[in-house]
Design a protein. Structure first.
Length: 188
């Protein structure tokens, strides 16, 4: 038995100590963690001895639930900021008509766009939401990508659709790869 086989067998023994009903829940929770996401969580589940289909579904579900929560929170925050700006713009108009109310309206000066925001907008224009969602996991977690997309004004339903496609795609690829690699390393 080679060292890699020993490592896999030891890990499977460790996972075997957890009740079977809880194992997919652990994979689901791991899928919700940025940088682990559905891809790595599915690999953990497959290497741990779970059925690859169960591991993939649990990992993708955990990742998507976290992305859903992030998108909903980000869209609410964006709406609050946009509404606040609209209110402040209305206050600026009021101070132009009634200068005595100028001290009531406290506005912040407009900041120039940051270099990172300009780069993200260029990337978004170049690849669109589908490209950003599918290629995004190669560079940053899906939670971060979805936050940037919603914050830039992309409709949340469109972001959720393409994030779901990306999560399923990458989770299927990594789950299948892990299962095939495991078949070669530790023959069943």
């Amino acid at each position: 038995m080679n060292p890699l086989e020993q490592l896999v067998n030891s890990f499977q023994d460790l996972v075997g100590q957890v009740p079977e009903i809880i194992q997919p829940v652990v994979v689901l929770l791991a899928g919700a963690i940025p940088f682990i996401e559905g891809e790595v969580a599915a690999v953990i589940g497959v290497v741990g001895g779970l059925n690859p289909i169960v591991a993939g579904i649990a990992a993708a579900s955990g990742n998507f639930l976290c992305v859903l929560l992030v998108v909903l929170l980000t869209s609410r925050a964006r709406a609050a900021v946009v509404n606040r700006r609209t209110t402040l713009v209305g206050a600026d108009v009021a101070t132009a008509r009634f200068p005595e109310s100028a001290d009531l309206a406290q506005t912040t000066p407009a900041k120039p766009e940051s270099k990172g925001r300009r780069r993200f907008k260029k990337w978004l224009v170049r690849f669109g939401v589908p490209g950003a969602s599918i290629l995004g996991p190669l560079a940053i977690p899906t939670q971060f990508t979805s936050t940037m997309l919603v914050a830039s004004g992309t409709p949340r339903a469109w972001v959720l659709l393409w994030q779901a496609v990306a999560i399923v795609l990458w989770t299927v690829v990594t789950t299948t790869s892990a299962w095939l690699a495991l078949q070669l390393v530790v023959p069943v």
